[in-house]
Ligand binder design. Structure first.
Ligand SMILES: Cc1ncc(COP(=O)(O)O)c(C=O)c1O
Length: 387
């Protein structure tokens, strides 16, 4: 520890300095990697170190969790083996019979899990259009609805949810608002400041930023009973990240601000240029003035609109797949939030039941030169449409 005071610092400083912690034993600026799976019990049978076994207490988690809690302005954070491990822990901390509301448009695998496993396990699950606050309100069952799940911007059309309004509706019915903020990152949105109770990240994405680990995270507004239940579930289900992943995640978070700002600047430029491209029917990007939800995004996102956008091509599904096949610089791969730009025909990933339009290509802008990115996708679009 140092006398660095995060309350007096801006988030970019908190991230770059990782709260300014140093390793007291060695005076190292970078933290050590604690690989021990178990810890010594004191002679009097107590564990004064506060640690007994690494599934429950891993010292390498402490700094990334503290940094993330500070960036999201939360009371505490917990890192998990994946974003799915983090998200499912929120729902599994409820009881069979409880009711939850989730968006129709959201990360597809979690939606699938809610509609299959979570329902079989006993949760009552309703999906609503989160842009329709009246629909959200009427889906609430006061006293029975325990969690409202939101994702903003939401995969893969980057639909914006008014998080402050959703929090008010959820809390008025006695529920909590949990927000998948993977695409927004703490750089652009702080859901807890807008009234949410829990923030979730696939840390695999922007928080780490280098496409070289899988991890997840939750941040809570209150260190309360539900948080204790979630932490207990992490120990019981064992959804813990490896020590090296935790260490890498912290390293990734130190460059979070410059990385995602560069990616968002590229995304904004690409959105603007593809908006008038002859083979692009629609650009979906919350930063565009004509985007449905732009006004809410402009209110609740600070300093930018993120690095994710999608294009709907003029040649339908065939045109989209052919375009993806022709890129040379963009990487044709799923996932998002890395320094390298990725694209994919999203409906191929989500399967036949997806609400994702079949002519949609999802773009994760990296931090390369924006003109190189534009030129590559432009040649791919022209090639695919020249047949
Ligand atoms: C928005 C969003 N939420 C959650 C997840 C799940 O995270 P993970 O793959 O780390 O389990 C993903 C992964 O693609 C995602 O994009």
């Amino acid at each position: 520890m140092t006398d660095f005071d995060p309350r007096k610092s801006n988030p970019a400083t908190i991230a770059a300095q990782a709260l300014g912690w140093i390793d007291e034993r060695t005076r190292g600026v970078a933290p050590p990697l604690h690989v021990s799976s178990t810890f010594i019990r004191d002679e009097d049978n107590l564990y004064r170190s506060g640690r007994s076994y690494a599934r429950a207490d891993n010292p390498t988690y402490e700094q990334p969790e503290a940094v993330l809690a500070a960036l999201e302005n939360g009371a505490a954070a917990a890192i998990f083996a994946s974003g799915m491990a983090a998200a499912t822990a929120v729902f599994l901390s409820l009881r069979p019979g409880d009711h939850v509301v989730a968006p129709k448009e959201m990360y597809w695998l979690l939606r699938g899990w809610l509609l299959s496993f979570a329902r079989r396990w006993g949760l009552e699950v309703d999906l609503v259009d989160m842009t329709d606050l009246k629909a959200l309100k009427s889906a609430m069952r006061p006293g029975k609805t325990k969690v409202v799940w939101a994702e903003s911007p939401a995969n893969p059309q980057w639909v914006i949810t008014d998080l402050a309004a959703a929090a008010e509706i959820a809390q008025a019915a006695g529920a909590r608002l949990a927000v998948d903020s993977t695409a927004a990152t703490p750089v652009f949105t702080r859901p807890l400041d807008l009234g949410a109770d829990i923030v979730m990240h696939s840390a695999t994405k922007y928080l780490n930023g280098h496409s070289d680990l899988v991890a997840g995270a939750l941040v809570t507004r209150a260190d309360d009973e539900q948080w204790a239940a979630i932490k207990e579930l992490r120990v019981q289900l064992g959804g813990v990240p490896g020590t090296f992943e935790a260490w890498l995640l912290l390293r990734g978070m130190r460059t979070l601000f410059p990385r995602v700002r560069a990616a968002a600047a590229n995304a904004a430029r690409l959105a603007d240029r593809f908006n008038s491209h002859p083979h692009v029917a629609h650009v979906l990007y919350p930063g565009l003035k004509e985007f449905f939800g732009h006004e809410i995004a402009a209110r609740q996102m600070r300093d930018g609109f993120g690095g994710m956008l999608s294009i709907r091509v003029t040649g339908g599904e065939e045109g989209a797949i052919a375009t993806a096949a022709r890129v040379r610089l963009w990487k044709r791969a799923t996932s998002l939030g890395g320094v390298e730009s990725l694209l994919e025909h999203r409906a191929s990933v989500e399967g036949p039941d997806t609400p994702c339009p079949r002519d949609l290509i999802r773009l994760s802008a990296g931090i390369e030169d924006a003109d190189d990115l534009y030129d590559d996708l432009d040649q791919a679009l022209r090639h695919a449409h020249s047949k």
